[in-house]
Write a protein that binds this ligand. Structure first.
Ligand SMILES: NC(=O)c1ccc[n+]([C@@H]2O[C@H](COP(=O)([O-])OP(=O)(O)OC[C@H]3O[C@@H](n4cnc5c(N)ncnc54)[C@H](O)[C@@H]3O)[C@@H](O)[C@H]2O)c1
Length: 264
């Protein structure tokens, strides 16, 4: 997973997150570790949160080696108690929360008859319910601060369902609606809520799918009009923009990042 950390202070000459604290969930994964590295490269103190404690620590070490600020706080966000515990721990250790990136997700494959009940409920617990719990814990802090930014990771499959992934697709469609609802309700308190909807991005989650189907990365590249699948850093750049004050008038947006696959 460390391969996905492209931490490089030169990558960004901006300092949009100086003196800010950002929580990134699933931050040991492909997209999450790139988001954590990007926010840290722009001055944020990043809370690298993941169910995989060791991998989260590796991401933190990578950020620190590049001169950034990060702490690892492990949490299995599949339970409300763990979500509340994560937010309490961040407030206890760092005293503030400016940015929440709800990135963690799982992809349980199968159509309705192939899925188990556990696949369905666990997909909702991790992909959607975690956002309910984390946002409920974080919103009062952001409202009290007078500002905050939340970026949720949805998917192009939440907008245009791919076959055979009903649990994943429905949770991601719900993330899109959750984002719009939260944005509408809390814009008056200056909390901006947006979502990214990535297409095919080269991460461990995607590689697991490739292995399972026997397809190659080159096969996936051909499905994208741009001629290649995306990189975690490209999603991270978008998330950083949405989380920053540069996106001051963006609230309730579902931003597709697909190399034009979504319109192919
Ligand atoms: N890779 C893609 O092509 C793609 C496309 C669209 C959307 N997404 C979304 O992007 C996000 C990141 O995906 P990725 O491709 O980097 O996946 P990944 O599997 O590389 O990373 C996911 C991370 O989430 C963590 N995680 C899983 N369950 C957790 C839990 N219960 N509590 C805390 N952490 C947990 C994992 O340990 C892992 O580090 C997901 O929400 C995914 O659905 C990915």
């Amino acid at each position: 997973m460390n391969d996905y950390i492209q931490y490089n202070k030169q990558e960004s000459m901006m300092n949009r997150f100086e003196n800010k604290v950002a929580i990134v969930t699933g931050a040991a994964g492909g997209i999450g570790s790139a988001i954590a590295a990007r926010l840290a490269s722009e001055g944020a103190t990043v809370v690298v949160s993941d169910v995989n404690r060791e991998a989260a620590q590796v991401v933190v070490e990578g950020i620190k080696a590049g001169g950034g600020k990060a702490v690892a706080i492990a949490a299995d966000i599949g339970s409300g108690d763990a979500c509340r515990g994560l937010v309490d721990a961040v407030v206890g250790q760092l005293g503030r929360i400016d940015v929440l990136v709800n990135n963690a997700g799982i992809n349980r494959r199968g159509n309705l008859l192939a899925l188990s009940e556990d696949d369905w409920h666990t997909s909702f617990a991790i992909n959607l319910d975690s956002m309910f719990y984390l946002c409920r814990a974080v919103l009062p802090i952001m409202i009290e601060n007078g500002a905050g930014a939340i970026v949720n990771t949805a998917s192009q499959w939440g907008l245009y369902p791919a076959p055979g992934h009903i649990a994943y697709n429905v949770t991601k469609a719900a993330v899109a609606s959750f984002t719009q609802n939260l944005a509408r309700d809390y814009a008056p308190q200056n909390v901006r809520v947006n979502a990214v909807c990535p297409g095919e991005i080269h991460t461990p989650m995607l590689e697991a799918g490739v292995l399972r189907t026997g397809r190659t990365i080159a096969d996936l590249d051909k499905m994208v009009p741009f001629g290649r699948i995306g990189k975690p850093e490209e999603v991270a750049a978008l998330v950083a923009f949405l989380a920053s004050d540069e996106a001051a008038f963006m609230c309730g947006s579902l931003v597709e990042i697909t190399g034009a696959q979504a319109v192919a």
